[in-house]
Design a protein around this ligand. Sequence first.
Ligand SMILES: [Zn+2]
Length: 465
Amino acid sequence: MNLITSRWRGLAFVDIETNGGTATLDGITEIGIVEVDEDGVREWSHLVRPAGRIPDFIQKLTGISNEMVAEAPSFAELAEEVWNRLDGRLFVAHNARFDYGFLRNAFERVGMPLRPPVLCTVKLSRALFPEHRRHGLDALIERHGLVVGDRHRALADAQLVWQFWQLMHRQFEPEVMEAVVSRLAGRAASLPPHVDPAVLDGMPERPGVYLFYGENELPLYVGKSKDIRTRVLSHFSADHSSAKEMSLSQQLRRIEWIETEGEVGALLLEARLVKERQPIHNRRLRRTTGLCAWQLVEDRQGGWRPELVRGPELDPGRQDNLFGFFSSKTTASKALRTLAEEHNLCQVCLGLEKVRPGQSCFGYQLKRCKGACIGLEPRAVHGARLMMALHALKVERWPYAGPVGIQEGRDLHVVDNWCWLGTARQEEEVWALLESGQPAFDLDIFKILKKAVHKERVVPLTSVV
Ligand SMILES: [Zn+2]
């Protein structure tokens, strides 16, 4: 046991009783803690007065009545005392998500973010006894002959968890326990070796973007999440560690994050930062220099002729009859050729094949062209068929009269012609962004914006200009 306690300031076996099952709505009615450290074992418990009432069925289950808690202190009054018993200790509980979730929420409300390493004894039992299906507290009592006190009161249940812990340390070799506990208390065991754990604790559980840097500020990875902290920690959890994540963890020297109001902001920022910083671990690191699309232009014979638009010429928000997108001229031509073959279009009319004037295309000889090249099919009909064949690739034009704002909480994403000008929180910032000019077209940004304008609140900004 010493092997394991030495890594933390000690162990805290915790159980709480509540007046309901939802950590954000319901309140704690009792807290029981068994503290174990170099100084020995201490037991502590206290009734807590919740904001709401305790329903009858919960009063029957726990034996804690509304009368009993009427005179008890509120959680805010007890917070510091509880904090001192938990801080720096391994938080051990049966079905820890429940107890930890309630306590974390309660501490959050009084402005004290609790972030202990957590170990769930349901998971511990499952890891040590995979042959058993039931791992509830009652199953453990039965299986291991635990001595039951006042069942469903906080301290008595915390004592049961402490009993189970001791029993396991007698039953299994220290090395086995060390390995299992390290794995389950995950983040303490597998944190990136060169990063201060306090930095990880300070990360917000809010949407945004995070950046990993290696030695000499080398950008390693850019990611986004609705919950920065949980996502970053998941990179290092023992459960999902792949060879790639392991090497990332080894190289990591510094973490930076930028909070956003919501997912759209996080996606936009991620797309921009990946392009700007070129992190070595981001697979979605596409060179966008070759990006192009086909534009159908009317020809002199009343048909349509595809022209390739690329680079700075590409401004899909303003361009009509645009079809794409393609990563290079080669892939664009290949896609057009395939469509021509599927739809019996003329490759000469499409500019994919050259013949002497008056001659038919090669496809005509194979009955794959209906003769538009030699005047057998009217160019207008061929053009209409081409338009239909390309329909699925049609790029939507900018559907607004001018620039718009996509409102996401306090963030206003200023957007024009499928380009993201930036995100503003003040009116002056909106002005500055509108005057800053349109950036080059970016396919990733386009995809994010296309979804966002149909889902989020869109405010026209034309009147501002
Ligand atoms: Zn032809």
